[in-house]
Design a protein around this ligand. Structure first.
Ligand code: NAP
Length: 494
């Protein structure tokens, strides 16, 4: 059976950063692998007055370095068409409709339409409505809508946005991107759990002491200060990526590894996340903002000195917290997380700390417990696993040492593994929504985050409270030490 997918892509925001950096290279990778061949076309649309030729040059530029040959790249780019269009102007949708129908016929696209909204979420509602009112949705093929984050800035705005979109698209036609879900190792969480009885049989509160999720960035806000100052780490990272990882780690085994079954289990896990009372927030959450500092002779500005950031900004660039899941499997097991900018090292990893043996038989002279067994899932920049075990040191005594079994994919394998966007676009073409976020997941996540946001908004804090190049404020360490744990990953000590 041919693996070729047949579709017309209409990319709103076709002149933007996301389209150039991620979407065009991902489409080219799919073309190179034969998932896209003859029967596909792309309409790029935005307000700028570009010609098809200019647009194709931009597309060619964006795949520079990936292309097999100039001819191959040019052949790919010949499927791209540009339509200048202001999304708020209803008239323009009739021009778009004409082009859509022409390309549908020219490339025999069978009425399959994928609309990618690579632009500000303020426009998602109006575009969805105009696509329907302008009769751009087809009856003959599929209509699918891919939308970028952020999906609202709190529960009520997300609900309003969802209602606007749902007036034109059904839930199973909406693909809400969380690019973390396209990452190989995030998808691998299910394989670790459900393909290894050794882990799945221990995946509960009888054997796991705590789980730690770290998404750490070494860069600051760069040129995104204006956007970031209205968002902050809580909305930018916890509401989506972190809670998605929690749901994959915590969900019950689905009956099949199919989208509906997996989503149903993820939703149940998220609905079991304990909602804090506002007065509990300080006990479970820590926020931080980076200050200026000099690391290895290099000077870094503080967050408040960054471009387009208010000099008295109360926006958090770091958040750490403890999530509790109130169900039989996880009762009593803290899921700690931390994420922030200008931290010591860039990296995303999950550390699963298993409960210790009840007694240390190996060191009569010490009350020290043995180090716990830890399973680490490395997500980026390197992908892989490690498992820490205790073994006997070679020699006459009974001293132990930690053995780290580690498998990290080579730089070459990582470089050749599909890009998150490539996988997600292919999933969407296949109608597989496993790695996209369902509205019920979005709703549960916002309800959790809103309580924290409201509690924080009622109180000003003495920022900055962590230096650039550290792993966040000291309170993030205390969050664990007061429970008898510590962060397993400590780049500042390595
Ligand atoms: P961007 O570079 O600012 O692009 C915005 C696009 O929207 C441009 O093509 C712009 O083109 C178009 N546009 C703006 N107003 C318009 C209007 N009234 N009618 C028609 N087109 C209009 O933004 P981006 O970085 O690509 O981000 C796009 C979306 O992806 C956002 O939701 C963002 O949060 C999300 N996202 C981006 C990234 C990333 O790496 N960039 C990562 C994750 C999520 P004209 O000015 O020519 O109209």
């Amino acid at each position: 059976m041919s693996k070729e997918k047949i579709a017309l892509f209409t990319i709103f925001g076709g002149t933007g950063d996301l389209a150039k950096r991620k979407l065009y290279p991902s489409l080219y990778r799919l073309y190179k692998k034969g998932f896209l061949a003859e029967k596909f076309a792309v309409i790029g649309t935005a307000r700028r007055e570009w010609t098809d030729e200019y647009y194709r040059d931009i597309v060619m530029d964006s795949i520079n370095g990936l292309a097999e040959s100039y001819e191959h790249a040019a052949e790919f780019a010949s499927h791209f068409y540009y339509q200048s269009h202001n999304v708020t102007d209803i008239e323009h949708y009739s021009t778009l409709k004409k082009l859509t129908e022409t390309l549908d016929e020219k490339y025999q696209l069978e009425g399959n339409r994928l609309f990618y909204l690579a632009m500000s979420p303020n426009f998602f509602g109006i575009i969805s409505q105009n696509l329907k009112d302008g009769l751009l949705l087809t009856d003959s093929g599929f209509n699918r809508l891919i939308i970028e984050k952020p999906f609202g800035h709190n529960y009520s705005s997300a609900l309003e946005l969802n209602e606007q979109i749902r007036a034109s698209f059904a839930e199973d036609q909406i693909y809400r991107i969380d690019h973390y879900l396209g990452k190989e190792m995030v998808q691998n969480i299910s394989a670790v759990r459900f393909a290894n009885n050794m882990f799945e049989s221990m995946w509960n509160n009888r054997y796991i002491d705590n789980i730690q999720i770290t998404l750490s960035e070494s860069l600051g806000v760069e040129e995104r200060g204006g956007y970031y100052d209205t968002s902050g780490a809580l909305r930018d990272m916890l509401q989506n990526h972190i809670l998605q990882m929690v749901s994959l780690l915590a969900m019950e085994p689905p009956t099949r590894l199919h989208d509906k079954e997996i989503r149903a289990e993820k939703i149940k896990a998220l609905q079991a996340v304990r909602l804090f009372k506002p007065e509990d927030v300080p006990h479970y959450l820590v926020r931080g903002q980076y200050g200026r500092s000099t690391v290895n002779g290099e000077h870094f500005e503080g967050y408040r000195e960054e471009l387009n950031v208010a000099p008295d900004s109360q926006t958090e660039t770091f958040v750490a917290g403890k999530i509790m899941i109130d169900n039989f499997r996880w009762s009593g097991v803290p899921f700690y997380f931390r994420t922030g900018k200008r931290l010591a090292e860039k990296g995303t990893q999950i550390d699963i700390e298993f409960k210790n043996v009840p007694l240390n038989l190996f060191n009569d002279n010490s009350d020290e417990p043995l180090p716990p067994n830890v399973l680490t899932i490395y997500i980026q920049p390197t992908e892989g696993f490690s498992l820490e075990l205790n073994t006997k040191k070679v020699g006459l005594g009974l001293e132990t040492e930690t053995l780290k079994l580690e498998q990290k994919h080579s730089a070459e394998t990582t470089a050749n593994s599909p890009e998150a966007y490539e996988k997600l676009i292919l999933d969407c073409l296949n109608g597989d929504s496993t790695n996209f976020t369902h509205w019920d997941e979005v709703a549960s996540s916002w309800k959790f985050v809103d309580i924290i946001r409201q509690a924080w908004d009622n109180e000003t804090i003495d920022f900055p409270n962590y230096p650039s190049g550290s792993m966040g404020p000291i309170e993030s360490d205390l969050l664990l030490t007061k429970d008898g744990f510590q962060w397993h990953w400590c780049p500042t000590k390595e």
